[in-house]
Design a protein around this ligand. Structure first.
Ligand code: GAP
Length: 505
């Protein structure tokens, strides 16, 4: 489904609303509606279960959003958490200079993809890898993309703002709004939001809204290690809000100014970090697949431009409706953060290794995924228009949200066949009452049964349980499967355990 339809579906079915919409909205800030909050909570629970509950050596934390201002000096965010911005003098619109260049690269990539699609249609035994590695036009474009990306990465890591501007001019990139190439110089822009503690003014007491949850974990490293008596390697996981004053605020919940992260810092012996980096790369990729995301919609993308704290970094990219983009980052953060905090706080943040009989600052491998991006990935992957047979044998189209049952906002809907037959509605309410403590369920008696099925399909409910006149005779109900549309007759007494099996997989 295209991106515009996904956004309107989110509003129509209570997944996501623009923040403060009655005041014309607040840019890049969103509210989650009744179905949205359920899906988001399910994503968080699934992550927490697989990261914390399934690993004896990973424990949880919920640190405050506000932290001592020195935290952000130590982490490098005050000095280096910048994006290069550029203004177009005619439209007065502001852009991230690196994103303008990346978008230019994406347009070239789209041309290659188009050629591949065309060739695919022409040949039955089409070998995409072979085509990409031998076709002259594709190779020429790839070379150009690599050159542009390489030069951008170099300029970004050396902070050469002049060269970023030169690249924009040489590539003749125009403002998408005014169409003009009349650009200002490129400047650095710090992404942290700041506020003031109490009534004290001045730089010293400037507080920041955390731009990542990770630092709450680093400053608590020893508290957690000592209170849980964990031995290396071990991890600390946290889910929480993060804030960034993004310059490019677009693509819906993909890039927000207030968002939520699910992060885990894994503390390891120095020298073993690459082994663990590979381990977490594979483990996290499998996690995405366990939720039914097809492998061809996921890929690894090594960072060309390493963050100030990392010695290796890779993104797990997902194919969003606007192309492959970062969904999750896996970073080998070395001992950078703990060493920095040790220096600025004057407190030792070392681990005594009983095997080596020595103290050291551990190295860290981080997995970091945006909850909102995961939400968007699940919606983009699951939302489909389909032609399906109707009850009367004809065909009709339906909008269906094929979410993994564990993520679905409601696990099942209980539907009496008719609304105005009290014996049916009473039996249906009894079934609903017997399930509601175990699963998030819905009871719906309005409209014809076909329309109710469609409503549940659109919000991703995997199972509909229908109570009909036979139910009153045989104590059986019909379970309809959202994806296959198959119907199964089961005893009411077996319903809960059967649903449990289907949902928990
Ligand atoms: N602690 C490491 C860190 O924060 P990051 O790559 O800047 O690394 C991690 O962010 C993840 O957080 C990203 O992969 C993305 O899913 C999510 N994220 C980052 N900025 C975001 C934004 N403005 N809106 C929504 N999600 C964002």
């Amino acid at each position: 489904m295209d991106f515009k339809n996904i956004i309107s579906h989110c509003k129509e079915y209570g997944f996501i609303f623009q923040s403060s919409e009655i005041y014309d909205g607040l840019s890049a800030v969103y509210d989650y509606g009744p179905n949205g909050v359920e899906l988001k909570n399910n994503i968080k629970n699934y992550w927490w279960k697989s990261m914390v509950q399934m690993h004896q050596n990973i424990v949880g934390l919920d640190a405050a959003i506000f932290m001592h201002p020195k935290t952000w000096k130590a982490s490098g965010h005050v000095d280096a958490f910048n994006d290069p911005l550029i203004d177009n003098k005619d439209s007065k619109k502001r852009y991230r200079a690196d994103v303008l260049i990346e978008d230019y690269i994406a347009k070239i990539e789209a041309k290659n993809d188009k050629d591949v699609q065309k060739a695919k249609k022409r040949f039955d035994d089409f070998d995409e890898a072979m085509f990409r590695s031998t076709n002259g036009r594709i190779l020429e474009r790839q070379k150009k993309m690599d050159e542009i990306a390489g030069r951008l990465a170099k300029a970004m890591s050396s902070g050469d703002l002049g060269d970023i501007k030169a690249q924009i001019e040489e590539l003749e990139i125009a403002c998408p709004v005014s169409g003009s190439k009349n650009w200002t110089d490129v400047r650095q822009f710090n992404l942290m939001f700041s506020t003031q503690l109490g009534n004290i003014a001045g730089e010293e007491d400037k507080l920041y809204l955390r731009p990542e949850t990770a630092q709450g974990i680093f400053v608590n490293f020893l508290n957690v290690q000592k209170s849980t008596r964990q031995k290396l390697p071990f991890g600390i996981a946290q889910i929480g809000k993060a804030f960034r004053n993004e310059i490019v605020a677009r693509q819906f919940i993909f890039r927000m100014r207030e968002f939520e992260q699910m992060e885990m810092q894994f503390f390891v012996q120095p020298g073993s970090e690459m082994k663990w980096y590979e381990y977490w790369k594979e483990t996290r990729m499998k996690w995405h697949q366990s939720l039914g995301t097809p492998i061809d919609k996921l890929r690894f993308h090594d960072h060309d431009n390493l963050a100030h704290y990392a010695n290796a970094a890779v993104d797990i990219q997902f194919q969003f409706p606007f192309g492959f983009k970062e969904l999750e980052g896996i970073h080998s953060r070395t001992d950078f953060d703990l060493t920095q905090h040790q220096e600025l706080s004057g407190r030792k943040l070392q681990y005594f290794d009983p095997e080596l009989n020595e103290n050291y600052v551990p190295y860290v491998v981080e997995t970091s995924i945006g909850c909102d991006r995961m939400f968007l990935a699940m919606l983009s992957n699951g939302l489909q228009e389909e032609t399906v047979p109707d009850a009367d044998g004809k065909e009709s189209t339906r909008t269906v949200l094929k979410l993994h049952p564990q993520l679905a906002p409601s696990k099942c809907a209980v539907l009496p066949l008719l609304k105005n037959k009290e014996e049916l509605t009473k039996a249906a309410r009894d079934v609903y009452d017997s399930l509601k403590l175990s699963f998030n369920c819905q009871y719906d008696e309005k409209d014809a049964i076909g329309r109710r099925y469609r409503r549940q399909d659109a919000v991703g409910t995997p199972y509909c349980v229908t109570i009909d006149f036979e139910t009153l005779e045989d104590n059986c109900v019909t379970i309809r499967d959202r994806d296959t549309l198959s119907q199964e007759r089961v005893k009411i007494e077996d319903l809960k355990s059967l649903l449990f099996k289907k949902i928990e997989g």
